[in-house]
Each structure stands twice: as structure tokens, then as C-alpha cells.
Ligand binder design. Structure first.
Ligand SMILES: Cc1cc2nc3c(=O)[nH]c(=O)nc-3n(C[C@H](O)[C@H](O)[C@H](O)COP(=O)(O)OP(=O)(O)OC[C@H]3O[C@@H](n4cnc5c(N)ncnc54)[C@H](O)[C@@H]3O)c2cc1C
Length: 461
């Protein structure tokens, strides 16, 4: 094991999804456009896509600081899931019961909408909709399965989650010590890199211009300033997710939380059969500190998790993508689930920042007076939500009325985060408590009280 740890730690910082591609030019000089979008991740690209689909003659300019998919969109775990970061009961408390139900239905539809567009536009992003299974591997986790199904049924969504028995669960994902599982069909897997690059090519074909290596320095009504140029546009969209905290007037609106990932070499056909991973289902187990897994179309296991520290002052640097202690812990967790894969080599390791608002609720907002829109704060659930956000933003920008414009995340305003050092203390204590809760449950075999308190405080689930 120690030798494998050493090998993992010698790997460079490189997402498995990354691919060298043609570089696009940087912006220089002044350009006129109808819409300027800051950020070439899913949010920016889906917004451009839906705008151009409806109004093909729009002049859309996308400004990207690094390259297409540099952010979380090129690094994530590839679950396009209908999971919303806060519980539906929390949404109902903030808005209404029926608003929460509409939100869940819209999230479910979004998983299919992504599949529909990929097929229509011939984007090969290895999309497969096999659902998501959260395994219960301890008694407290099994209790949480029953509680989740009961609360979702009581809420009015009896079909959203199903409790499945040990044999059925192990037949879907053949991990060790499976006692049961919580299954939903509303989840697809994608290759995040193929998705973001494919989307970029499609919007370019539709007429958008993407500038790379063009960091935006300031956004004001009608004007976006980059290091070497500027765009004058009637409407501006800020699609910078976790990086939003680097903008002068947004320092406390969102914090960057890191999630770290490993990729294995391809599993043999025999290993895929034995672990049941050949079915390509999104999976994790019901521990508190979130982990996630997917099997790629090429037979590699992608396995990631939270637990990396929050950095003082919301720092985001390339160096922070790698945390040795967390990457080795993720590897140990992978082997805890699949001890039979201990001979498998790890070929890639990486990490990335995701955006979290103070109440853990995503937002899609538009200020009609300034004509500036923004969307983000998806926590770790932005692959599907960013598609929904793109559709809503394109509606709000041109006043196109649709049911989704009334969803609870539309024009949602979260409170701002505390100043430092309270922010650093609070977030890192929360992360520590989540890890500790899992340890406590393993030790006592009883549901952790600390975790219960944490869920109450954040509303996250
Ligand atoms: C490791 C990891 C795993 C994840 N796993 C999942 C998952 O399995 N399922 C899921 O649903 N979600 C997951 N997420 C979250 C999901 O990836 C994100 O919510 C989603 O990709 C956000 O897309 P975005 O376009 O809003 O932001 P991003 O993809 O972060 O794009 C923002 C872009 O803006 C650019 N930018 C920033 N500042 C500027 C500036 N000043 N000027 C110009 N450009 C700028 C950045 O370079 C970046 O390319 C994960 C995230 C991470 C990090």
C-alpha cells in the first residue's frame, strides 16, 4: 500500500478528461457584441447554446481566462444527476412545498434534456443514463436509506428514490459489505471533458466567438474589460462559479471548496464483471464526507471525494488541486469498497474548486436594469444544474416566459459568508466534523449526532 501511495503522489496534476486541443486566440482591442459571457464552462456554454438556438443571428462572445473547460467543468466526476445540493424540505421552508416539487421535476427533466441535446448535436460525451446508487455499508447508513425513501414519499415524490436490498444493490455495484442501497433512475454519466469541448465546438458552429487566455478584470453595465481588450455588449453573463470570489465586489458571495479525484488504468473485462461496474452506474456510499465513482466508457474507474481543506481568504491556486493526504485517503477508500482492485494502477490525480454559497443554494439571476445575469453556486451538483441554468438565463435575458423561470433558484439571493478568520474556522470545522461523523459511525455503529447537527446547520444532504 505504501508503495502505491508513493506512486500516486508522484503523479502530476492532470485530469484524466483533459485533452490537448487547438488553442483559441486571446481578445485584443475593442469588440462589439449582443451578449458577452464570462467563463467557458458548462454555465457559459449552455447559456450561449440556448440563446443561439432561439436567436441564431445573435453576436455572442465568450471570454475565458484560461481555456475551455479549465474550471470544474473539465475536472468533475461526470454525474449529470437530478440531485440538488440542499434538501427539498429546506427548499420548501425557503419557498413552498409546490416550488420544491417543481424544482425536483425540472432537475429530473434536465438529465434527459442533456441526453437529448447531445444526440441532436452529435456530441459524443459517453452519455449513459443508468441511474445512481448510494450503497449502505453500515447499519447507520442503512437507516439513512429507509429515512430518505420515507421522507421523499412523504414529500410527494414516492418514485424519486427506491430502497433496494443487499443482493440487488451488490448486483448493481459489487462493493464490499453491501447491506442495501438507495437508488434513483434520474442520473446519467458523462465524460466531462468531451461534454465541455463538444459544447464549445457546437456554439462556435452556431456563430459564437470564444476567446481563451483572456482574463476579465472588470464587469460593468454594457462593458467587460480584459487584460488586453474589451467587449461592449448590451447583455453580460457572469459564469465563473467558484472563481467568482476573486472578483472585487464578490469576495464573500461564494467560497471555493475543493474536490479531489483519481483515475485508474482500464479494468480488465473480468474485473468489470466481478465488480459489476460494467453497468456504468454512478455510485457512492452513504458516508457523510461525500465520495463519488463512475466507470468510464473506456473501462477506467474514476473515484473522488471531498475532505480537502478550505484555504484562508478563499484562495484558489493550481497547487491546491493536489493534497497528498486526501488523494491517498481517496485511494484507501476505493480499496475499502473494492479490495479486489488492489493491483490496479492509478494513472491520474487531480482536483478542482466548486462554488458554495452561504446557504448552499444555487442561483440563476438576472438584473434587468443593468442587463447582467449570473448563475452558479451549484456545490458539487452543477453538471445538470448548469444546463437548467443556461435555459433559464436565456429565457430571462429575452423575457421569454416559461415555467422554469419561476423555480426557487431563480433570482435566489444567499447571505454573504462571514469575514476571515471566522469563515476559515467554520468551513474547516464543518469538513472535520463530516469526517469525524463517519469515524464515529464506524466505531459505534450508530447514527452520528454531529452529522445530524451539521445537516441541520447547512441544509445540505
Ligand atoms: C472535482 C470535482 C468533481 C465534481 N463532480 C461533479 C459531479 O460528478 N456532478 C456534478 O453535478 N457536479 C460536479 N462538480 C461540480 C461541477 O463540475 C460544477 O458545478 C460545474 O462544472 C460548474 O460549471 P460552471 O461553468 O458554472 O463553472 P466552471 O466550470 O468552473 O467554469 C468557470 C470558468 O470561468 C473561467 N473564469 C473564471 N474567472 C474568470 C475571469 N475573471 N475571466 C475569464 N474567465 C474566468 C474559469 O477559468 C472557468 O473556465 C464537481 C466539481 C469538481 C471540482
Amino acid at each position: 500500500m505504501a508503495q502505491t501511495h508513493q506512486k500516486i503522489l508522484s503523479l502530476p496534476n492532470r485530469p484524466f478528461w483533459y485533452e490537448e486541443s487547438l488553442e483559441r486566440p486571446a481578445l485584443s482591442g475593442l469588440v462589439d457584441a449582443d451578449i458577452a459571457i464570462v467563463g467557458a464552462g458548462y454555465t457559459g456554454l449552455w447559456t450561449a447554446y440556448y440563446l443561439l438556438k432561439r436567436y441564431p443571428s445573435l453576436r455572442v462572445v465568450i471570454l475565458e481566462r484560461q481555456r475551455v473547460g479549465f474550471g470544474a467543468s473539465g475536472r468533475n466526476g461526470g454525474w449529470a444527476s437530478a440531485i440538488f445540493p440542499i434538501s427539498l424540505s429546506r427548499v420548501a421552508q425557503m419557498y413552498s412545498h409546490s416550488a420544491a416539487l417543481s424544482l425536483q421535476r425540472a432537475m429530473n427533466d434536465t438529465v434527459d434534456e442533456i441526453g437529448r441535446v447531445l444526440a441532436e448535436e452529435n456530441i459524443d460525451a459517453d452519455y449513459v443514463k443508468s441511474g445512481f446508487l448510494s450503497l449502505a455499508r453500515t447499519k447507520p447508513q442503512l437507516e439513512r436509506v429507509a429515512a430518505a425513501v420515507e421522507s421523499s414519499t412523504r414529500f410527494g415524490l414516492p418514485e424519486q428514490w427506491q430502497a433496494i436490498g443487499a443482493a440487488d444493490a451488490a448486483d448493481k455495484v459489487g462493493a464490499d459489505n453491501v447491506l442495501g442501497g438507495l437508488y434513483t433512475p434520474h442520473c446519467a454519466l458523462v465524460h466531462p471533458g468531451k461534454l465541455v469541448r463538444g459544447l464549445a465546438h457546437v456554439v462556435e458552429k452556431m456563430g459564437a466567438t470564444i476567446y481563451e487566455q483572456s482574463p476579465v478584470i472588470s464587469i460593468a453595465q454594457g462593458h467587460v474589460q480584459t487584460a488586453n481588450g474589451a467587449v461592449q455588449a448590451e447583455t453580460i453573463v457572469r459564469a465563473t462559479e467558484a472563481f467568482t470570489c476573486q472578483q472585487q465586489d464578490q469576495r464573500r458571495s461564494v467560497i471555493p471548496l475543493y474536490s479531489l479525484v483519481l483515475a485508474t488504468e482500464p479494468l480488465s473485462a473480468e474485473q468489470q464483471r466481478a465488480t459489476r461496474l460494467e453497468q456504468r452506474m454512478a455510485f457512492n456510499d452513504m458516508r457523510h464526507l461525500r465520495i463519488y465513482g463512475q466507470m468510464t466508457a473506456s473501462g477506467r474507474l474514476i473515484f473522488g471525494g471531498r475532505g480537502a481543506p478550505y484555504h484562508f481568504g478563499s484562495r484558489i491556486t493550481d497547487k491546491d488541486d493536489l493534497v497528498d493526504g486526501v488523494h491517498t485517503k481517496i485511494y484507501d477508500t476505493l480499496l475499502e469498497l473494492f479490495p479486489q482492485l488492489d493491483e490496479l494502477s492509478i494513472t491520474h490525480r487531480w482536483g478542482g474548486a466548486l462554488g458554495v454559497s452561504r446557504d448552499w443554494c444555487p442561483t440563476v439571476s438576472f438584473d434587468p436594469a443593468k442587463r447582467i445575469g449570473w448563475a452558479g453556486n451549484y456545490v458539487g451538483d452543477g453538471v445538470a444544474t448548469s444546463n437548467l441554468a443556461g435555459r433559464i438565463l436565456s429565457n430571462l435575458i429575452f423575457n421569454h416566459d416559461e415555467e422554469i423561470n419561476r423555480l426557487p433558484l431563480v433570482n435566489h439571493h444567499s447571505p454573504i459568508w462571514e469575514p476571515e478568520p471566522f469563515r476559515w474556522l467554520g468551513i474547516n470545522s464543518g469538513l472535520f466534523a463530516a469526517g469525524l461523523s463517519d469515524f464515529e459511525e464506524r466505531l459505534t455503529n450508530k447514527p452520528s449526532r454531529a452529522a445530524h447537527l451539521l445537516e441541520k446547520l447547512t441544509g445540505a444532504h
